[in-house]
Design a protein around this ligand. Sequence first.
Ligand code: ADP
Ligand code: DP6
Length: 325
Amino acid sequence: MFKGKARAYTNIALIKYWGKKNESLILPMNNSLSLTLDAFYTETEVSFSEAYTEDQFYLDNQLQDEKATKKISTFLDIVREKAGTTKKAKVISQNFVPTAAGLASSASGLAALAGACNEALKLGLDDQALSRLARRGSGSACRSIFGGFVEWEKGHDDQSSYAHPISSDGFEDHLAMVFLLLNEQKKDVSSRDGMRRTVETSSFYQGWLDSVEADLYQLKQAIKTKNFQLLGETMEQNGLKMHGTTLAARPPFTYWSPDSLKAMQAVRDLRNQGIPCYFTMDAGPNVKVLVQKDHLDKVKTTFSDLFSSQQVISAFAGPGMTIIE
Ligand code: ADP
Ligand code: DP6
């Protein structure tokens, strides 16, 4: 039996990955930059054996259907090719994060799976190679191999597209991200389908692409100079632009709910009261609020009053993928 187990944390993009230029290799249209966080994670165990006649995928103790298993099998095929084996696998995964709710379960899930496969089959992949492998499962997963601030270089082929940590002199240790769990249900439009539809049909997509390089530059400057206001403003603007593209897609769609708008307004109100904090959202209605640790309590109380304290989860900078047990 070839067995491995890994844990990986979710990451939230401050500069978003939104759109692929190569669907099968998962090469993105633009570089993205994220912060790995410590509140939500996935633990995945994989075993490969001659005794298995087909791949099996258990998520949160439930055997998954054919469609979900097919996605995992496609990823396992890439791993099997690297290892020169035809052995089928059993994948047992536990999400300590709501699945498919815009809270980045695909990032922690596929990063954990990549790490577990590397361990199980003794592939000997270094972090850069692991990042490339995780990318083949889900783009954002390539960033969850690393902790702290991470940039995904879009590259131009399989070899050149991977993530790496960004040096920050401990800036991330002063930050917190407050997750507002407004709706933990599986979303209607997955990130994968949403970005594809936007690239193919949205007349705003080119505007996104034209401005993302400048946002990335500004965000990296903010990290380098530890400028929280610049970091927050750039993140918030970049997220809004990404979500803007979905409104001009055919058919149009949005990940925002009435509660998302309520949360965004509350962030603006906090800023007007002199509390620096900024929001971002991914492919789902849940809002994430970036704040310096000094102001965390005020932000938490505000949102616990507006929603409920169970809907407010604080996260801090988290580590990269690790092998466990
Ligand atoms: P999210 O916002 O949660 O990342 P996505 O729609 O981007 O939502 O991705 C959800 C998909 O990620 C799931 O449908 C599944 O294919 C995959 N996924 C989530 N968790 C895991 C896991 N633990 N192991 C393998 N794949 C997972
Ligand atoms: C909005 O990485 O889930 O969260 O590569 O198709 O699996 P696939 O998509 P995924 O998309 C994440 C999109 C995002 C922005 C981001 O995390 O950068």
